[in-house]
Design a protein around this ligand. Structure first.
Ligand SMILES: NC(=O)c1ccc[n+]([C@@H]2O[C@H](COP(=O)([O-])OP(=O)(O)OC[C@H]3O[C@@H](n4cnc5c(N)ncnc54)[C@H](O)[C@@H]3O)[C@@H](O)[C@H]2O)c1
Length: 290
């Protein structure tokens, strides 16, 4: 039975996961590289809960009790009394491998580990831990409080009990679990990210400008967000990492990341989180950059 959940990474996904788990009564411990990232994550949780209060989805007292259930530290030792740890750090395999090696030091053997990776092999990440049987993929969607789906991915060694326990948590969070096999980018991003990459190619080749491409897909395909707006929301660094995993993992040129996407990431224009991506977010309204 899971009561206490550790979250590694206080970015948009880690803070979202902590948010929904705390509202459902789980005690939460969050870690990040420094206190500034942790404080930013806690601020985001508070702001997003205020938005839910404004929409009548939760009560102010729900926010207060959920925030009291969350603690933060840069030290992984805080996870010693957790039942499950969900890793939601930067989408970079080397970073995640280091985290999983480090978190296993002195961690009680019964603690389950999950990764929120968008694309990286769950089996490979599990292999650096001391407990591949107690490891699996738990892929939440962004923004976590709004999105109803969680992809569940078994690594080759994942034990049935691990899978059932993590699945129960997802159901308790009122999210719909779907099972995906451990192939690069699983189901949702295998389909979504090549579409986003294609939109960047359309921009790169001058088929349309940012506004035309996003309006085209919103009104022409009934998508709630245009692909470039969505890319900025996901984070262009994450989009590029997923395309690289698809390209390398499936060895098919159809997944080649668009050079313009690479350039934006090289420039540090990684989307909404830095106020600059395919749109400029520094003013009151997003302004297309091309
Ligand atoms: N952005 C999305 O739409 C989305 C959706 C689903 C899954 N994901 C996945 O979730 C994960 C996080 O993505 P995000 O969008 O929250 O990224 P983000 O850039 O918003 O946050 C990443 C956080 O990880 C922290 N971090 C980096 N190295 C760390 C370390 N060694 N120890 C502890 N913390 C560390 C960073 O400081 C940062 O706060 C990635 O694996 C990503 O692929 C993202």
């Amino acid at each position: 039975m899971i009561k206490r959940i550790g979250v590694i990474g206080a970015g948009q996904m880690g803070s979202g996961i902590a948010h929904v788990c705390a509202l459902k009564g789980y005690d939460i411990r969050i870690a990040d590289v420094d206190q500034a990232h942790l404080d930013k994550g806690i601020d985001a949780i508070g702001r997003n809960m205020d938005r839910q209060i404004g929409r009548g989805m939760i009560r102010p007292e729900d926010k207060d009790s959920a925030l009291k259930r969350i603690s933060t530290s840069t030290d992984f030792k805080q996870f010693a009394d957790c039942d499950l740890i969900v890793e939601a750090a930067t989408e970079n395999e080397a970073v995640k491998r280091e985290i999983f090696k480090k978190v296993c030091v002195d961690l009680p053997a019964n603690v389950l580990l999950a990764t929120n990776t968008s694309s990286i092999s769950v089996t490979r990440l599990a292999s650096v831990t001391d407990r591949p049987g107690k490891f699996m993929g738990m892929h939440f969607m962004n923004p976590v409080p709004m999105m109803g789906l969680v992809e569940l991915i078994r690594g080759i060694a994942t034990e049935e009990e691990t899978f059932r326990t993590v699945r129960d948590v997802v159901v308790k969070l009122d999210k719909k679990p779907v099972n995906a096999e451990d192939f690069p980018a699983f189901i949702v991003n295998r389909i979504l990210l090549p579409m986003i990459n294609e939109a960047v190619y359309a921009l790169y080749e001058g088929v349309g400008n940012v506004e035309a491409i996003d309006t085209g897909m919103k009104l022409g395909a009934n998508h709630p967000m245009g692909p470039l707006e969505l890319a900025d929301f996901i984070g262009l660094d994450t989009c590029l990492s997923v395309m690289q995993v698809l390209h390398e993992g499936l060895a098919d040129s159809k997944y080649r990341p668009c050079p313009l996407l690479v350039k934006y990431v090289e420039a540090g224009w990684v989307g909404r989180k830095v106020k600059r991506g395919f749109y400029d977010y520094s003013g009151e309204r997003p302004v297309p950059t091309r």
